[in-house]
Design a protein around this ligand. Structure first.
Ligand SMILES: [Zn+2]
Length: 424
């Protein structure tokens, strides 16, 4: 097997090799997330872009065998909360700096680079939730679908619907246009209905709504309800950014499909989410991750910032534990957008698995959050190894049911039957 570190090169080599013909992937084991059932050894037959069968013996026929070795085959991961067109530096005015410092073309090209990293990490589908400028996510979706660039299948939201100024804290007069570049500003139910229709016309597969901007500017209830009604009429899902408890409570009452972040969730809100089948997308990281953003000196300032991170992390962990105890569907969401010393989106995304495990989710439930549960709640066909499913696969080193960190050790990635990453 050739060692291919570049996704683009891997894709083109695999295609030149006849990557979409019937082939059998042979590995030490495979895990079906829905049941947790382990198939060992695993022989997974793929024909074109679809899975045909999974068994413990080599299937009859003359399909070529791809030897993967001592790895675990899983369905390709799904990230319900990505920002492929957005990178921020960790400082206060970062969202403004990001929005003014790059042209649309710069942003798109950087999005291609990030999409490649995400795919190499085993994420074969991502839902991109805004801060893509006007139409950036739709263009990237088109480029990937057309095979111009290597990347995950993209579910695009276009601009997030938001209260005035969106998530900008303040905007200098010269930068006022940025709010409309990054957000579809809505103030009334009528504007909200029109904004959903506009998003759909621009190519949105789902709607992202900023319920609370964290700056005391919230969407009111009739506006929120109008968004949900118009989106559901078009049969698209509504992903609701909620930080405060009250925002999540109102979003759940309005009938959104997922609560993004949801750092504060009352037991009443969690039980309503479980009853209505509303997913929580906890964009959480392990404690060590947040320390990357604390200033190095002076020591007192560093200690103070770290203490606030520890407290935030403790609260996040406790609410995820309560969500799981209340049987709220948990769907993986990375929300990666801040530049870190790790320097690779894929490596950053792997940390989210560890954060969920830290909160007490079993390795199988962590796996489900990024596969079967994600597919179910996003209304997607993947997330499974069942016959007929898309042949979107990741093979990881080790057994993720024994060691959740194995989810962060992808060795092979297959998208729509084509090998995208291959390393021994
Ligand atoms: Zn986000």
């Amino acid at each position: 097997m050739r060692l291919l570190s570049c996704g683009l090169l891997a894709a083109s080599v695999a295609m030149a090799d006849g990557g979409t013909a019937a082939r059998v992937f042979h590995a030490a084991r495979a895990v079906a997330p829905e049941s947790g059932q382990v198939t060992a050894p695993a022989w997974l037959l793929v024909d074109g872009a679809r899975i045909v069968s999974l068994g413990t013996t080599r299937p009859a026929g003359d399909a070529g065998v791809v030897e993967l070795g001592d790895v675990t085959i899983l369905p390709g991961f799904i990230d319900a909360h990505a920002h492929l067109l957005h990178v921020e530096q960790p400082n206060e005015d970062s969202i403004v700096n990001e929005a003014i410092s790059l042209s649309e073309s710069d942003r798109a090209l950087r999005g291609v680079w990030l999409a490649g990293q995400v795919l190499q990490a085993g994420f074969t589908t991502v839902r991109d939730l805004g801060n893509s400028g006007r139409g950036g996510d739709v263009s990237l979706r088109r480029a990937v679908a057309a095979g111009w660039v290597a990347g995950p299948t993209i579910i695009a939201s276009t601009r997030a619907l938001a209260p005035p100024l969106g998530q900008f804290g303040r905007l200098a007069p010269a930068h006022q246009a940025l709010a409309a570049q990054e957000y579809a500003i809505v103030r009334t139910p009528e504007e909200a209905t029109a904004a959903v229709a506009d998003a759909l016309a621009e190519g949105a597969d789902c709607i992202k709504v900023i319920v609370d901007s964290g700056r005391g500017r919230d969407l009111d209830q009739p506006t929120l309800e109008a968004i949900v009604a118009r989106a559901h009429r078009a049969k698209v899902k509504v992903a609701a950014h909620c930080v405060q408890a009250e925002a999540a409570e109102r979003a759940v009452a309005a009938g959104v499909d997922s609560i993004e972040h949801g750092y504060q969730l009352s037991d009443a809100t969690l039980s309503a989410m479980a009853k209505k089948g509303i997913a929580l997308v906890p964009t959480d990281y392990p404690g060590s991750f947040y320390e990357l953003f604390a200033p190095q000196r002076p020591a007192e300032a560093r200690a103070k910032v770290i203490a606030s991170f520890v407290e935030f992390r403790e609260r996040s962990r406790a609410r995820l534990k309560r969500a799981a105890a209340n049987k709220v569907p948990i769907v993986y969401g990375s929300d990666t957008y801040v530049e870190t010393p790790l320097g690779d989106r894929g490596r950053e995304m792997a940390l989210v698995f560890e954060a969920y495990a830290e909160a007490g989710l079993t390795p199988l439930d962590v796996l489900r959050s990024a596969t079967s549960t994600a597919a179910k709640h996003l209304g997607l066909p993947g997330g499974t190894l069942q016959a007929g499913a898309p042949a979107d696969l990741v093979a990881v080193e080790g057994n993720p049911l024994e060691d959740v960190k194995a989810l962060g050790r992808p060795r092979f990635v297959v998208k729509q039957g084509v090998l995208q990453r291959s390393a021994q």
